[in-house]
Design a protein around this ligand. Structure first.
Ligand code: ADP
Length: 365
């Protein structure tokens, strides 16, 4: 009688015709049952193994095992290994946290919040990037006061890399640097998405603690391209308190939480939460309604990261190209600095509690 061990040892002489290595070291042997003279063998092969390869393996097994005993009866079957598609590589491995800033509607202050948050993080000593992905209305260059600047081009390993413009301690890239605003609006979607991909893969971002991505309002191809290109640490949703804005923000939030996209929502920023006259800083007027952003956060089980007042100097500083937080105006800087601290805290707990986000493979169903 031939033992299972002897048969197992003999099978290590059977050579896989594709790799030229033995089938045991290749881990193809899935089942080996020996019952008297009956030998049952199942090999789990790769998708590239054809029926010709199977035939070859069968012949080798039979002739090898018949050397042990002429009386063996074989039942040899084959199955295919399920090979998972390789995971997409992260094009920005040196960026620790990548945060998308989104809004349901335009004009709620998403770019104002993103640029001030970027400067507030930089003021705390972090290295920060700001990617203006609002291809159709890139206001980043205006808000940072760098409209007339252009990214340098650097040669690296035979590839042209764009070097972000730096201002207020933040590395800035924007569609606004590459095209006139009037041109961008007539771009086809595919041109916009390939421009975004280029900003990610062909840009010398270096090592960053935080990269903030200022998205176009609503949901768009840009959003889909982004989650298909980068593993986002999370998303921040900016809204104003009025009902109509909150309803749109809710749609933006749901997009990130969809099963197929699965980007953690770090929290909500309620912008223009109340009006405060500079000369009466303790007076608050809820001109757009009260706590719309807070309620959205509670209803969706996410954090309210901050409530930013509507203050004339925030608008003026945005128009003048110095994010308000860089002006050290106590009333307004504090709101953005507190926001930065909440964002850091929310990212930390997200990183401790959840696995890294995966780049989305397929988003259209
Ligand atoms: P979005 O990026 O959502 O389209 P913006 O950031 O461009 O919105 O803001 C729209 C306008 O509102 C800008 O003129 C900006 O200066 C102004 N703004 C935004 N937030 C505030 C605020 N908290 N206080 C005063 N003005 C603000």
């Amino acid at each position: 009688m031939v033992s299972k061990q002897e048969i197992f040892n003999a099978l290590s002489k059977v050579i896989d015709p594709i790799s030229n290595k033995d089938i045991i070291s290749q881990a193809f042997l899935k089942t080996l049952e020996v019952d008297g003279a009956n030998v049952q063998i199942e090999l789990e092969l790769l998708p590239q193994h054809s029926s010709v390869h199977q035939q070859d393996l069968k012949q080798q097994i039979v002739s090898t095992l018949q050397e042990l005993s002429e009386d063996l009866i074989f039942n040899i079957s084959f199955s295919k290994k399920q090979v998972a598609p390789p995971k997409k590589a992260n094009p920005l491995p040196n960026v620790k946290n990548i945060v998308a800033v989104a809004s349901g509607k335009g004009g709620v202050g998403k770019s104002t919040v993103t640029s001030n948050l970027a400067v507030a993080l930089a003021k705390q000593g972090y290295s920060v990037g700001y990617l203006d992905a609002d291809i159709y209305g890139p206001s980043g260059p205006t808000m940072f006061g760098v409209e007339s600047e252009r990214p340098r081009v650097l040669q690296h390993e035979g590839k042209n890399l764009l070097v972000p413009v730096e201002k207020h301690g933040v590395k800035i890239m924007s569609m606004g640097f590459l095209v006139e605003e009037t041109q961008a609006v007539v771009w086809r979607g595919s041109m916009a998405t390939s421009a975004l991909r280029q900003f990610i893969t062909d840009c010398e971002w270096g090592e960053l603690d935080y990269m903030l991505i200022d998205l176009p309002p609503g949901t768009s191809d840009i959003h889909l391209t982004l989650v298909q290109t980068l593993p986002l640490t999370g998303a921040i949703i900016v809204t104003t308190p009025q009902k109509v804005a909150v309803a749109d923000a809710k749609r933006g939030l749901s997009m990130f939480q969809q099963d197929k996209i699965n980007v953690p929502v770090l929290g909500i920023v309620e912008n223009m939460a109340y009006f405060t006259p500079a000369e009466l800083p303790n007076n608050k007027y809820y001109i757009f309604g009260e706590d719309g952003g807070r309620e959205l956060a509670i209803q969706n089980g996410v954090e309210l990261l901050g409530q930013i007042p509507i203050v004339q100097s925030i608008r003026e500083s945005g128009d003048n190209g110095t994010p308000e937080v860089a002006n050290n105006n106590k009333l307004t800087s504090e709101a953005f600095e507190n926001l930065a601290s909440s964002v850091i805290g929310s990212i930390e707990s997200r990183n401790q509690g959840l696995p890294a986000t995966e780049i989305v493979e397929i988003t259209r169903s």
